[in-house]
Design a protein around this ligand. Structure first.
Ligand code: ADP
Ligand code: ADP
Length: 230
């Protein structure tokens, strides 16, 4: 039951190739860690899978539908309704309160105001942030801000949560707690998670790990038995 699949996708920035016929399948409910050196193409892969970028060639499929050939309007609607995003930093609006930030994706989706804030409040409670609902997000600690970002990413009930270095700006203990929380909630909700990370302890929370090298996706365990030094 593949939910999301990239098939031989390539993407360049000018003359710089970032992805070279990269392929990847993710099943429904799976938590996948994407690792690999800086500049190997991880972010570009994530952006193509999430329909933020379209690849120059190859195909992206989501839930039996071709994603990369949808027009911009339908692709952004799909992103808004089916996908959630957590990034390293910068995704919260500092002038707004915690509750406003979490309700925002629902308000943009034209959910009624009182319903949006009720949903936001219940997610804040699940993340033990209920008492911070009225604070401005600029005043939060890094770990609190990432928990708010997780609540905001999950409030719409996405099928897939994309996370790009979600713990990159946190100390390792806080990062591990934030990742455990993210994975625990995703499993309760049956949400598929694709997380780009440099942190092996974050990757250890995942069901499966792939490594991006030089624009291609590799299975880190492939060939290990016959060639341990490859
Ligand atoms: P990673 O996430 O693994 O660090 P990226 O997908 O960000 O890798 O980048 C892959 C390659 O594409 C790198 O060589 C990077 O310098 C290049 N690249 C990424 N974004 C841009 C951009 N906006 N303009 C030009 N080159 C880019
Ligand atoms: P990451 O490793 O998480 O992808 P980067 O620092 O590589 O983060 O990239 C941060 C931003 O800069 C991204 O939006 C990426 O597209 C852009 N970027 C990365 N490499 C280049 C580049 N060589 N030229 C221009 N923009 C780039």
């Amino acid at each position: 039951n593949t939910l999301l699949r990239a098939e031989e996708i390539s993407r360049s920035y000018g003359n710089t190739p970032a992805l070279r016929e990269a392929s990847l399948s993710v099943t429904a409910g799976e938590v996948l860690a994407v690792m690999g050196p800086s500049g190997s193409g991880k972010s570009t892969l994530l952006h193509c899978l999430a329909g933020i970028f379209t690849p120059d060639s190859g195909e992206v499929w989501f839930d039996g539908r071709r994603l990369d050939t949808l027009n911009d309007g339908r692709r952004s609607e799909l992103r808004r309704t089916a996908f959630g995003f957590v990034f390293q930093f910068g995704q919260l609006v500092p002038e707004l309160t915690v509750a406003d930030n979490v309700a925002l994706p629902l308000l943009l989706g034209r959910t009624r105001r009182n319903h949006a804030y009720a949903r936001a409040a219940s997610w804040l409670e699940r993340l033990e942030l209920a008492e911070l609902g009225g604070r401005r997000t600029g005043e939060l600690s890094g770990g609190q801000a990432q928990r708010v970002a997780i609540a905001r990413a999950l409030v719409t009930g996405p099928r897939v949560l994309f996370a790009d270095e979600p713990t990159g700006a946190l100390d390792s203990l806080t990062g591990e707690l934030v990742m455990e929380l993210l994975v625990g909630l995703a499993r309760e909700e049956g949400t598929t998670v694709i997380v780009v990370t440099h942190d092996a302890r974050v990757a250890a929370c995942a069901d499966r790990e792939v490594v991006v090298r030089d624009g291609r996706v590799t299975d880190p365990y492939a060939g290990r038995v016959t060639d341990p030094y490859a």
